[in-house]
Design a protein around this ligand. Structure first.
Ligand code: B12
Length: 214
């Protein structure tokens, strides 16, 4: 089967909110030699973006969006497991604490970022979603983290990224910060004084490598 057919099946599985098929397509695509990044970026991510657009234009509603997200989560579990079994560096490059900011429950992108980081030799602590600014900071202190990663998918919750960075600066804490999520941009990162902005999981690894001189 051509790669393009897998991509189309992946998009369709998300549009159909069909978790079992999404997991099956992911498994078959990996067995056929596609990389987790290929099938995610060209297939499943396109599907969830299409659903997002349909939601935006009022053609689908929250229950459908939630079911599509569930199918996406199934596909992500399959591809992330493949990434992790392929990775595994001997010595950790650095410690990252990562979470989705307070008020925000979007965590599909964060799960992908975590898998990429782990596959690329980072020790990662997932703080989950709806994480308060104080928790990012106390966990980073407790674990002596190198980097705090913050995901925000809503224009309203982006402000939480700013809040964390403000406290870090006020307290003179040394943790590097990386922000991501659909509404974040390099401009936003500069505006709030983040050390880096990452547009996707791969870019996240690159930016963190650069911050730590790896
Ligand atoms: C799936 C989804 C949901 C699911 C989330 C399920 C889950 N477990 O995550 C559910 C159904 C729960 C949901 C709920 C809501 N959603 Co929603 N949702 C989406 C949707 C369709 C896809 C998001 C997604 O998973 N994308 C795929 C992943 C792979 O991409 P990503 O998250 O951007 O992550 C990548 C990069 O950004 C980056 N990255 C992300 N974070 C980080 C962090 C770091 C450190 C790094 C390095 C990189 C990085 O790397 C990732 C991988 O490459 C988007 C539309 C869109 N196009 O984004 C809307 C969207 C984000 N949702 C939206 C809205 C409005 C809502 C609700 C308010 C709806 C409602 N009326 O209740 C609620 C909010 C609930 C809350 N308080 O958080 C709006 C936001 C509008 C805005 N500008 O603020 C969007 C844009 C849809 C739209 N067009 O209107 N949603």
């Amino acid at each position: 089967m051509a790669n393009e057919e897998f991509y189309q099946e992946a998009v369709q599985a998300i549009l159909d909110s069909d978790r079992a098929t999404a997991e099956d397509v992911a498994t078959r695509a990996l067995a056929a030699g596609l990389t987790p990044a290929d099938i995610m970026q060209n297939g499943f991510v396109k599907g969830i973006q299409e659903i997002g657009e349909l939601f935006d234009s009022g053609e689908v509603f929250l229950p459908e969006l939630m079911m599509a997200a569930d199918a996406m989560a199934g596909a992500t579990e399959v591809t992330n497991a493949a990434l992790l079994s392929a990775g595994g560096a001997a010595e950790a490059k650095g410690k990252v604490v990562i979470g989705t900011v307070q008020g925000d429950v979007h965590d599909i992108g964060k799960a992908i970022v975590i898998a990429y980081l782990k596959a690329n030799g980072y020790e990662v602590t997932d703080l989950g979603r709806d994480v308060a600014a104080a928790t990012f900071i106390s966990k980073a202190k407790e674990l002596s983290a190198d980097i705090i990663g913050m995901s925000a998918l809503l224009t309203t919750t982006m402000e939480e990224q700013k809040k964390v960075i403000k406290v870090l600066k006020e307290e003179g804490l040394p943790f590097k910060t990386v922000v991501g999520g659909a509404p974040a941009t390099q401009r936003w990162a500069d505006q709030i004084g983040a050390d880096a902005y990452a547009e996707d999981a791969n870019d996240g690894v690159k930016k963190m490598d650069a911050l730590l001189g790896k």
